[in-house]
Design a protein around this ligand. Structure first.
Ligand code: NAP
Length: 221
């Protein structure tokens, strides 16, 4: 996938837990200006950010609005807390997964046949939603990153209905140390969800492309 179309310079991360903090650390190490927020005022997470994500600046959630790319890394069950107005016109990476054993059964996702990201896109209407980074564990983000061209470089899929946003996120994925594979439209996010072959393993770019192609063929059969 071409990753040179656009280059994000600043990254906003909503959620300072396991995956939000790991993404923040990778982004700082990769040269990005990083802001991190939770639902709490910035002052309440400033010390945590200093210790857990050194180099990232703790801000109020509203302070993420000026960044080039926003990563949402909060429990999926909390998605209705998100104010669509805060995300309108912005590229947003949805790393959230529906995991009933920890989230509890959520009727929004149990009854809806669409991918979870399409449900999020409906809620965050106006945002340019991209599904990615959901199919790698937070610890692997820090252990598995590699320089471009490394034989064992791991690939991550990127799905979105917005081509430019897909390219923006692909650039981010590449710069934090992974090959980006174009998974197509946001609906393809279902191929990256828990329970799929993509979700359950570590893959090179060619393996990941193969899995996505197989899953598409299976869905059409
Ligand atoms: N863990 C992984 O390896 C992994 C990998 C890929 C994807 N994911 C997905 O990523 C998401 C986060 O997982 P996690 O393991 O990082 O969870 P986590 O460790 O529980 O962290 C969640 C973070 O979100 C914040 N938060 C909760 N509600 C919020 C709201 N309404 N507004 C702003 N911030 C809020 C929490 O702040 P407080 O502590 O102040 O509540 C906390 O900082 C989940 O959807 C998960 O399925 C996880």
């Amino acid at each position: 996938m071409t990753t040179t179309a656009v280059t994000p310079g600043s990254i906003g991360i909503l959620g300072a837990g396991r995956v939000g903090a790991a993404v923040a650390r990778r982004a700082v190490e990769s040269g990005y200006e990083v802001r991190i927020a939770t639902a709490k005022p910035a002052g309440e997470i400033a010390l945590l950010a200093e210790i857990v994500t050194p180099g990232a600046v703790a801000v109020d959630a509203a302070g993420l609005a000026e960044t080039d790319l926003t990563v949402i890394a909060i429990p999926l069950r909390r998605y209705r807390d998100l104010d669509p107005a805060h995300f309108a016109g912005r590229t947003v990476v949805d790393v959230m997964n529906y995991w009933a054993p920890t989230d509890g059964e959520q009727s929004d996702f149990e009854r809806d046949a669409r991918s979870t990201s399409e449900v999020i896109q409906d809620h965050l209407h106006g945002a340019l939603l991209v599904k990615s980074l959901n199919h790698i564990g937070y610890h692997d983000l820090e252990a598995d990153h590699r320089v471009p061209g490394a034989a064992d470089r791991r690939a991550l899929a990127v799905a979105s209905d917005h081509e430019q946003s897909r390219a923006l996120v692909a650039t981010f994925i590449d710069r934090i140390g992974f090959d980006a594979v174009d998974a197509g439209p946001l609906a393809a996010g279902r191929l990256l969800q828990p329970g799929t072959d993509v979700f359950n393993g570590s893959h090179s770019a060619s393996q990941l492309r193969g899995l996505l192609a197989e899953a598409c063929l299976g869905a059409r059969a």
